[in-house]
Ligand binder design. Structure first.
Ligand code: GAL
Length: 674
């Protein structure tokens, strides 16, 4: 067994992004930081994420003494360091001397110095300069006992259209397709006479040029992902010569630019930054989305991950930057832990005085005090994490349900010009499926098309538009040998090249589902199409639905109840081999999907972790020997406990009703008798 990347820190991690380089003229503040960190039970900080100009103020002039002092003082105080490479933002001298490091946008404009996360990842100069400073950091701190993790760059994102990237794209295409004829064939360039006679004619997709070849757009995303992966590899190589500590990159929320399944291979553990749009009142949906992302991050490596950033109070970039309501900080933090996070980390430790994030929430505010609501919330969360330290390394309850979430398929759907006119991103559909299961306390994994299906009782394909070669066969085998599939509309349409499969659709599954050639329909907001289930329950279709040409599935569980489709099967079940498959022809409103899942889970005997139906707005998640129950409903929620259960967080009985935003942790053993 490989050792856990988090083993150097005793207990679950608790800490924040720490930017002492903003306070180098205030040693009193730096000393106070350590004192306050101890009080807040911080045991790890992410250091130096944007420190390049403090580390190398002029080209080739390095200043590490300040960082030596910070790392040593943290170490003396028992606080570990997740040390960053500074590649997320570059110093002005670098941009001035080497303009090739600046990104060129889709309209061909080279940007001026400023901002962050906006360098050309292809630029040899940028790669050399980052490798140089990374190597120096690794040499100096790779052997420091206080440095336990590496944080490569920050939130990699975006693409660049400079001549270097254009060339690299052409080389990437040559490698993939071999000949330009093959590229033409697989991009379907005979359409509108867009046939290329040389790779040199291919420019990246741009609003000023080519946007009418979806296969090209998908390839551009794949290329940009590969450039980012090779940039990360370059940084890792520089670290690895001297620094053995595990490394990560911090990923983002439901992110479209790159395929995280590819980037996850470049790191030792997955981490991500979680900023749900919390509000007063009911947060079930918002936090279900956060948990969906946590579950995706865990699934990327089938291993515990780290919530690398979250806010202790509010952010400054939502449209409404609301403070966390009382109770919510602990509850939202523990949800991450019960989805498999090995800790709770914040952005950021101390508010800066200026810059664009001066008003972003931080553990320590401009007043520098510890007797604040936010500081108390953070310290309390630290204390609770210490109580839950036995969860470190513990697996989350195994998922019996897999939701197929494949970034490449998502790209193909996003670029498809059909249905809702450029708004076919399946993300809202995914969220709605996840929510239906979250409400029932059912654990889910989220993986791409390469996932091993056999350990799951149910595989859900929510608008899985692309079926890459071999996927349909794997699904068939899975069902034939006893698995169950839940397939929805807008699935199995295009192949690995984003070209439409010829022949009946959903590709390769028509006999498994007992459904052939559904035709996609889209609805105006004022139009109402309903589906009626066998028991008479009716629900509305949300925006898209499809009309199958032929249905041979033996069990018709629901039919369209309106418009020209009235009476057409819309929810079906077909046994196949030792298993079977459900088909749902539409995106339904949430209550419809909840009802559909009710039937599917019942048929498969899949139960949630809570011993009875969860009260409205309450979530429950299991990890190790414990269950977290969290009231996200915005109001008191009666749990209907028949006898008292002990809350491991307080040692007192779990309050029933559970107040709004509160949570409790219960021993699984105790729950058996509840
Ligand atoms: C993250 C970023 C941090 C900080 C934070 C603010 O996306 O990694 O550096 O900007 O957002 O919420």
């Amino acid at each position: 067994m490989t050792p856990s990347p988090f083993s150097a820190v005793p207990g679950l991690l608790h800490g924040a992004d720490y930017n002492p380089d903003q306070w180098l003229d205030r040693p009193d503040i730096l000393a106070r930081d350590i004192e306050l960190m101890k009080k807040a039970r911080v045991n790890c900080v992410s250091l130096g994420i944007f420190s390049w100009s403090a580390l190398e103020p002029e080209e080739g002039v390095f200043r590490f003494e300040w960082m030596d002092r910070v790392i040593d003082s943290l170490y003396d105080a028992g606080i570990s360091v997740d040390l960053a490479t500074p590649s997320g933002a570059r110093p002005a001298w670098l941009a001035e001397k080497y303009p090739e490091v600046l990104r060129v946008d889709r309209e061909g404009r080279r940007h001026a110095f400023g901002g962050r996360h906006n360098h050309c990842l292809t630029s040899p100069v940028y790669r050399q300069k980052t490798a140089l400073i990374d190597g120096m950091l690794a040499k100096r701190y790779g052997g420091h006992p206080g440095v336990v993790l590496w944080h490569i760059g920050n939130e990699f994102s975006g693409d660049c259209y400079c001549p270097l990237c254009k060339n690299a794209f052409r080389e990437w295409l040559k490698k993939k397709y071999g000949t330009v004829e093959e590229l033409n064939r697989r991009w379907w360039t005979s359409f509108w006479s867009h046939t290329y006679s040389s790779f040199d004619q291919v420019d990246p997709p741009s609003p000023l040029g080519e946007t009418s070849i979806p296969s090209m757009q998908v390839d551009w995303r794949r290329f940009s992902t590969d450039q980012c992966a090779s940039f990360i590899r370059n940084e890792r190589k520089a670290l690895r010569q001297y620094a053995p500590q595990p490394a990560t990159i911090n990923m983002m929320w439901s992110f479209l630019d790159y395929d995280y399944a590819v980037l996850a291979r470049e790191v030792d553990f997955v981490s991500w930054d979680c900023y749900p749009r919390l509000k007063s009142g009911n947060n079930l949906m918002v936090l279900s989305e956060a948990c969906m992302n946590h579950d995706y991050m865990r699934s990327l490596k089938d291993a515990p991950f780290l919530m690398m950033e979250s806010t202790p109070s509010k952010v400054n970039w939502h449209t409404v930057n609301q403070l966390k309501r009382p109770g919510m900080h602990l509850t939202s933090s523990l949800l991450s832990v019960f989805c498999g996070s090995e800790g709770v980390m914040y952005f950021q430790w101390r508010k800066g005085r200026g810059g664009s994030e001066a008003f972003h929430g931080a553990v320590v505010g401009h007043d520098g005090r510890e007797d604040t609501r936010v500081f108390r919330d953070v310290a309390h969360t630290g204390e609770m994490l210490e109580k839950l330290s036995s969860l470190k390394g513990a697996p989350v309850d195994p998922a019996r349900v897999l939701i197929l979430w494949d970034q490449q398929s998502r790209w193909c759907a996003c670029f498809a010009q059909t249905g809702l006119g450029g708004r076919m991103d399946p993300l809202p559909v995914l969220q709605s499926h996840y929510l239906a299961l979250f409400k029932k306390g059912v654990r889910v994994d989220l993986k791409g098309m390469d996932a091993d299906l056999k350990s799951y009782d149910l595989v859900v394909c929510p608008e899985t538009f692309q079926f890459r070669e071999g996927f349909a066969e794997r699904l068939r085998d899975y069902v034939r040998s006893g698995g169950h599939l839940f397939h929805t509309c807008f699935g199995g349409v295009v192949d690995g090249d984003d070209l439409c499969w010829l022949g009946p659709t959903p590709h390769g599954l028509t006999d498994v589902l007992g459904v052939r050639d559904p035709d996609l329909d889209a609805l105006y907001p004022e139009e109402e199409v309903c589906i009626r289930l066998e028991d008479g329950q009716c629900f509305r279709v949300d925006q898209i639905c499809e009309y199958p040409e032929e249905v041979t599935a033996p069990r018709i569980l629901g039919v369209y109840d309106s418009d020209f489709m009235k009476g057409t099967p819309a929810f079906t079940y077909a046994p196949f081999g030792a298993g079977g498959a459900w088909y749902l022809a539409a995106r339904p409103e949430q209550k419809g999907l909840d009802a559909v899942y009710g039937r599917i889970l019942e048929a498969l005997g899949i139960r949630g972790v809570w011993p009875r139906p969860l009260p409205e707005g309450v979530a429950a998640l299991g990890r190790g020997q414990m269950v977290l129950v969290a009231n996200l409903s915005g109001a008191d929620a009666s749990l209907g406990l028949e006898f008292p259960l002990t809350d491991l967080l307080t040692g007192a009985p779990v309050p029933d009703p559970l107040p709004a935003n509160a949570c409790a942790v219960i021993r699984k053993e105790d729950l058996k008798h509840a």
